[in-house]
Design a protein around this ligand. Structure first.
Ligand code: AMP
Length: 615
């Protein structure tokens, strides 16, 4: 709703519109944008050159906190107090990061309580959420200064592969920075919106978004149908980007010009010169530079030879994503370039050659995501017709059932938002509590999947086994946050939790989990069959006991001991690993008890008829 405000300084009446800003919270750089006269506008430096705010935080000894470009010089001088790449820490545990902890100049620690990683600066511990909030606060201040008004609503973008924990962490960071985060949007979706794709109701297209930044690479395949976006596949490499291209140039120069050993600062200078060469060669064909007393040269052709293997790795990811999407290259209608490294002509040519069509590079590749976030914000503000943005869940979500089996409630690749419910019952008479373990993953046994949460549905009224109707509902919202509700339908007892996983997984682990599920498919099938045979066997043993109790009046002692023998043999087979033995014993118990069960029926019918008059 529009508000009217009076500017006391000028005495003029201002119409306060519904302003929501769009934020690209990046690994290396972040940006904030808003809509001005219907067009996205990125908030730039006071000198108007760059809108990029380096995602860097420097904690000065005097408690001052410096965010952005001003923190850069401290990266080398005071690495222990200069935090970079916070995005890599979002929603992660210490063990998720242990492998590359040594690459950080700062200290990360494990907090026993919630297992989420923390960053230590002197004796103060910061969560990645608090650190991201500092960057978001800086962006908020920038846009507020530019517009001379308060801004408290935002749309923030995240990579398409971010899981629940990482999305929730991003949302929490926004809250902490004093922003009401109205929507978490996928970066490739934002990039498409910036190119106007998906802004008309009848758009029906397949889009590839190729995002090569400073340190990461992502490829996302999207489908837009009737104004609805859907991420159909993602792939990438969290450790491949412009920094690696710079490194390839440095190594080349070191051998070519015999540069020998360097001091850390000479090394840093050489790296910066390599980056300069790379950027120059995006527009020129020859570079000449200096490092100490060495003259360094590099031609565009040489650069292309150097980076070819790295760009080939991004193409492998593209092929994998297309395969995952089940699409032929010709099916892609639009190819969008995102990230500073896509300014390299060789990158554009390679991607264009693969998809067999020109790529979109008309907009600044550093700004497209923020611009698209601003457009999404404008849609949410009601300034454009509402569009739905759909995503998919990258891994299946389900619960643990008897025998440690994974029962999938929301399968992988399901469109989000979505809600599914399934009914279960109890396996023990008078069962009062039901423990619900929520898991994510593709394996048949929960032990091989990732546990997201556990809770207990208590106060189920006592009923015989199999009578309670327990409904478990999974509701996944547009941000990919899961709510699990358990309800006993006969009594109405219910319990619900929001799943904020203790820690997340990165896309490498996600890839590994998917791969594992294929590799272990046969193993899993056998284990699943064994678990199922054990469940069936246990039920048979229970019902054999009940049968003996209920029919002890007419069963002969010989029959009773034979049933008990069969049941004991089955029980001991259940302890072993052989599904076939369990199955064989189930059959022999069945074969022995079936005629007795028929006889039991006759006995019951006869006793029911007794005393009834036959007319
Ligand atoms: P981003 O993370 O998207 O900001 O990407 C930054 C990366 O883009 C860095 O590795 C830069 O060196 C690289 N980059 C920026 N401008 C250019 C350019 N003109 N040519 C090649 N690479 C560039």
């Amino acid at each position: 709703m529009a508000k009217i405000a009076i500017d006391l300084k000028s005495g003029s009446i201002k119409k306060e519109d519904n302003l929501i800003v769009g934020i690209d919270l990046g690994t290396t750089n972040s940006l904030v944008a808003y809509i001005k006269d219907g067009q996205p506008e990125v908030v730039r430096d006071p000198d108007g050159r760059s809108g990029l705010v380096p995602s860097l935080i420097y904690f000065a000894a005097d408690q001052e906190v410096i965010v952005g470009d001003a923190a850069r010089s401290h990266l080398v001088a005071d690495p222990g107090r200069t935090i970079f790449s916070v995005k890599r820490l979002m929603g992660k545990s210490f063990s998720d990061l242990a492998d590359y902890a040594h690459q950080m100049g700062y200290q990360i620690i494990q907090d026993d309580q919630d297992r989420l990683v923390k960053v230590r600066v002197d004796d103060i511990f910061f969560t990645p959420i608090e650190l991201s909030a500092l960057i978001l606060r800086e962006l908020k201040t920038r846009v507020e200064t530019e517009l001379d008004r308060k801004v408290d609503k935002a749309v923030i973008t995240v990579p398409a592969y971010f899981n629940d924990a990482q999305r929730q962490a991003t949302r929490d960071a926004g809250k902490l920075a004093g922003l009401d985060v109205l929507r978490i949007v996928n970066e490739p979706t934002a990039a498409s919106l910036a190119y106007g794709i998906g802004l008309s109701r009848d758009d029906s297209k397949t889009i590839a978004v190729y995002d090569l930044g400073g340190g990461t690479f992502d490829i996302s395949i999207l489908r837009i149908e009737d104004g609805v976006f859907e991420v159909i596949a993602t792939n990438g490499d969290t450790f491949l980007g412009g920094d690696d291209l710079d490194q390839a140039i440095v190594s080349h120069w070191e051998t070519r010009f015999n540069l020998g050993e360097h001091t850390p600062s000479a090394r840093q200078a050489l790296r910066l010169e390599a980056e300069r060469a790379k950027k120059v060669l995006s527009t020129e064909t020859q570079f000449t530079g200096q490092s100490g007393n060495h003259t360094l040269t590099l031609s565009r052709a040489e650069l292309e030879t150097l980076i070819q293997p790295l760009i080939e790795r991004t193409m492998d990811c593209c092929r994998a994503a297309m395969k995952d999407a089940g699409l032929e290259k010709q099916a892609v209608n639009e190819v969008i370039m995102v990230g500073g490294s896509t300014r390299i002509p060789y990158v554009k040519q390679t991607v264009s050659a693969y998809f067999g069509r020109p790529v979109h590079d008309e907009l600044d590749p550093d700004e497209v995501v923020a611009a698209g976030a601003a457009i999404q914000a404008d849609i949410l503000a009601g300034n454009r017709k509402d569009l739905l943005l759909l995503d998919i869940t990258p891994l299946s979500l389900g619960i643990e059932t008897v025998g440690g089996l994974m029962d999938v409630i929301i399968p992988r690749n399901t469109k989000v938002p979505c809600g599914y419910a399934r009914q279960y019952t109890t396996s023990v008479d008078g069962q009062k509590n039901l423990k619900i373990g929520v898991f994510q993953g593709e394996r048949d046994l929960v032990a091989n999947n990732r546990k997201l949460a556990e809770f207990i549905l208590s106060d189920i009224p006592p009923m015989p086994a199999g009578i309670p109707k327990l409904e478990i509902r999974f509701q996944l919202n547009a941000d990919g946050i899961l709510q699990v509700t358990a309800k006993e339908l006969r009594s109405g007892t219910s319990q619900s939790i929001m799943v904020k996983p203790q820690y997340g997984i990165d896309e490498e682990e996600m890839g590994r989990m998917l791969l594992d599920s294929i590799r272990h498919a046969e193993d899993d099938m056998q284990q699943k069959a064994l678990a199922e045979a054990r469940n069936e066997g246990n039920m048979m043993v229970q019902s054999a006991k009940k049968f003996v109790q209920q029919n002890s009046s007419w069963l002969t002692p010989e029959e009773i001991s034979r049933i008990e023998e069969h049941a004991a043999e089955l029980a001991s087979a259940i302890e072993d690993e052989s599904k076939d033995t369990i199955q064989a014993r189930i059959e022999s118990l069945n074969a022995f008890t079936t005629p007795l069960a028929h006889k039991a029926l006759e006995v019951h019918v006869a006793s029911a008829m007794k005393g009834q008059a036959i007319k």
